[in-house]
Design a protein around this ligand. Structure first.
Ligand SMILES: Cc1ncc(COP(=O)(O)O)c(C=O)c1O
Length: 368
């Protein structure tokens, strides 16, 4: 990988590039969009923009023909509105002030499908009340807990939950939303078995609810890990987000997928503190660090270097004695984030790399 990696990712002139920086490679993003288009009908596709968080990268998705989007925050939904997107699902429970702001957005954007998920009757009642006052109908999706245990109604309670929502006149139930990011089975055949075990249970409830509703409901399900499974059900809209940038974690854990790494960390050696140790400017303020230290970044050109510890702005690595002598402070390194989504959220902007040069920055405008 090393030579190929160098030719693909190294920048010719780094003299005006601060480190750490987050680099984005539009050619790689384009290639990822082409790959996704070969796999799935875009009518069945609703990517999550929480990973990219940038006007320019969403615009690339629009240019590729994607029309429906999912997001996690009001800020992200406002980027989508700004770009003229007409079908937006905020896949995050909205409560308190965010709920009010969301309803104002719905009111101010008639004709736009501005939708949210609901998993609590009390929140749904408040939303219905506000919606009545504003004289609007709010399109909602019932959030399903597919076993992740983060948000959502468990499958056994879904029918009752649906029945209760029917009493709320200003909420318009469009369908169901489910995310199963907890499924970490590497082998696709085994992953399919695990997902089918609960998805078939969900489908039984869907059938009952659709009979009651006397219409087909929309299902928005999954992330990158389960997208190859849900896309075999034509009525399911798939919502991966990481495919745009890809990362080392998914490279290791989703071997059936072959997206290109489009976001790279640029870092420098800032010190050689003790024998066989180096320190880089890649602390845990510059790369997602929710995982153990072995699972935060990957340096393809130095995969034998051992990460020892990080502090806020520092990363210490142990390296072979034979290499340590020749290492210079100031030397540059290019790393692949292990978990790109929260890594992006650390940076105010991407440095845009085209033809091995950085001539532009793109704001990570959806971040706050
Ligand atoms: C609700 C929801 N949907 C979709 C996604 C996208 O999944 P992935 O990052 O696996 O592509 C996420 C990611 O965290 C998510 O939280």
């Amino acid at each position: 990988m090393s030579d190929n990696f160098k030719d693909t990712y190294h920048i010719k002139d780094t003299s005006k590039l601060a480190s750490p920086s987050l680099l984005v490679y539009p050619d790689m993003v384009k290639s990822n969009l082409e790959k996704i288009k070969k796999q799935i009908d875009l009518n069945q596709f609703r990517p999550h923009i929480k990973t990219v968080k940038s006007i320019e990268l969403i615009q690339m998705q629009l240019n590729a023909g994607i029309r429906k989007f999912k997001c996690a925050t009001l800020k992200e939904s406002s980027l989508l509105l700004e770009l003229g997107v007409k079908d937006i699902l905020i896949a995050y429970p909205l409560i308190a002030y965010q709920m009010e702001q969301f309803l104002d957005m719905v009111k101010q954007n008639p004709g736009i499908k501005l939708q949210c998920v609901v998993d609590s009757i009390s929140a749904a009642q408040s939303m219905d009340q506000f919606a009545k006052e504003l004289e609007i109908m709010v399109p909602i999706y019932i959030d399903v807990n597919l076993g992740m245990g983060r948000t959502g109604v468990i499958i056994q309670n879904l029918e009752d939950f649906y029945d209760e929502l029917l009493n709320l006149d200003n909420l318009d139930i469009k369908g169901f939303h489910g995310y199963d990011g907890h499924i970490r089975v590497i082998d696709l055949a085994d992953r399919i078995k695990v997902v089918e075990s609960y998805f078939q249970e969900f489908l039984k409830v869907l059938k009952i609810v659709e009979e009651k509703a006397n219409e087909k409901l929309i299902c928005v399900f999954g992330g990158s890990n389960t997208f190859p499974i849900y896309m075999t059900y034509p009525f399911v809209e798939c919502s991966p987000g990481t495919f745009m940038l890809w990362d080392w974690g998914y490279h290791e854990n989703l071997p059936e997928q072959s997206f290109d790494f489009a976001a790279i960390l640029f870092t420098r050696i800032i010190s050689k503190p003790t024998i066989n140790h180096i320190c880089l400017d890649l602390g845990y303020k510059s790369v997602a660090s929710e995982n153990p230290i072995e699972q935060r970044f990957h340096f393809p050109e130095h995969s034998n270097w051992i990460p020892k510890f990080q502090s806020e702005e520092h990363l210490v690595l142990e390296i072979p004695a034979s290499e340590w002598e020749g290492i210079q402070v100031g030397q540059e390194l290019y790393g692949i984030p292990y978990h790109v989504c929260p890594t992006v959220a650390w940076y105010p902007f991407y440095q845009v790399v085209e033809h091995q040069e950085v001539n532009n920055t793109w704001a990570i405008a959806g971040r706050y």
